[in-house]
Ligand binder design. Structure first.
Ligand SMILES: [Zn+2]
Length: 59
């Protein structure tokens, strides 16, 4: 059990396609836009710039 008190958990966004772009959003976390592909076996991908996690939402 580890408690994270210093850094908030990375943002998670649920998406419906495996190909998504991340630019870090507004503010300090902004970065050049990169394209990411979700590995369908994993079901998610993390942005290398801002650590944001994109989770593939399956219906
Ligand atoms: Zn990002």
């Amino acid at each position: 059990m580890s408690q994270q008190t210093q850094t908030p958990p990375p943002e998670t966004e649920y998406v419906t396609t495996t190909r998504i772009a991340c630019d870090g959003g507004d503010g300090a976390l902004g970065h050049p836009r990169v394209w990411l592909s979700i590995d369908e076996k994993l079901g998610y991908v993390e942005c290398g710039y801002c650590d944001k996690r994109f989770v593939l939402k399956k219906d």
